[in-house]
Design a protein around this ligand. Structure first.
Ligand code: SF4
Length: 258
């Protein structure tokens, strides 16, 4: 692809199972129209679900979503107008892949191409992601599920608002519950900071095993960011190797890297 370092499989893979654009905008590979703003609040569990407090009426919508099966959830997202982003996007981008995958890859929100095609991680960044997956013996749709924190494209590719993240949170939570992945790979600053509830940089969070909703989570760069920062592809490769070791360790308790 002429994108710099070539993604190669190293060893046998066990595929178990605004002076300047805000960094998040750069990571997604498209210009932003909004100035940098603080990261969103933590993508908290919905009360009453996943060990939270008792539900009240305000949580009715979330509770309903968190009881849905796949067809119901897909229909609900398609019809959703909860945060207003649906008014300006072309279509919802639900997610694609193996619905019983061990690997769940989570990005930020649909960009222009994703919005047009209805699929996450497409275009040049998507091709790079496919190459990255192939380098560790994985393929889109085979033991891998790919989605975003938000299912609708923010207009002008601006950063998602906290309200939008909160409204869409039950969708991702339900995807997580239905898939039951062994590992989450959070890709890009926004997804990482949203899921982990932190303002820390990707650089400071890499190389460690985090948890989201009890599921091991590893942090890495967004493929669109890597297209603009080729030297960091080596770091992303390290992250993938770490993830591969982690998921292998999860199948062999006692060997999970920390
Ligand atoms: S981004 Fe999520 S909450 Fe907002 S309208 Fe789209 S599906 Fe609904």
């Amino acid at each position: 692809m002429g994108l710099g370092p070539v993604w190669k499989l190293r060893g046998r893979v066990r595929a178990a199972g605004a002076p300047a654009p805000p960094k998040a905008a750069v990571e997604r590979g498209e210009p932003r129209t909004a100035p940098r703003r603080p990261p969103p609040p933590r993508f908290d569990p919905v009360p009453g679900i996943n060990g939270g407090a008792k539900l009240d009426s305000a949580d009715e919508r979330a509770s309903r979503i968190l009881r849905m099966d796949w067809p119901e959830l897909k229909s609900a997202v398609k019809a959703c107008e909860a945060c207003g982003l649906r008014k300006t996007c072309t279509q919802t981008v639900f997610g694609v892949g193996d619905e019983q995958a061990d690997w769940l890859l989570v990005g930020e929100a649909p960009g222009a191409e994703e919005d047009a095609r209805g699929e996450p991680f497409v275009g040049q960044a998507g091709r790079l992601l496919d190459n990255m997956l192939a380098a560790i013996g994985l393929a889109r749709g085979e033991n891998v599920y790919i989605c975003n924190v938000l299912k609708c494209r923010p207009p002008g590719n601006r950063n998602p608002e906290p309200f939008e993240v909160a409204q869409c949170a039950p969708h991702l939570l339900r995807q997580l519950e239905l898939i039951k992945p062994k590992l989450i790979l959070a890709m890009g600053r926004f997804a990482v900071q949203t899921l982990l509830g932190t303002e820390a940089s990707i650089a400071s969070l890499r190389g460690r095993l985090h948890r989201y909703q009890g599921v091991p989570l590893i942090v890495t760069y967004h493929p669109a960011y890597l297209l603009r920062n080729l030297p960091d592809k080596a770091k992303a490769w390290e992250d993938l190797c770490f993830a591969r070791r982690a998921i292998a360790g999860l199948q062999s308790p006692g060997t999970v890297p920390t």
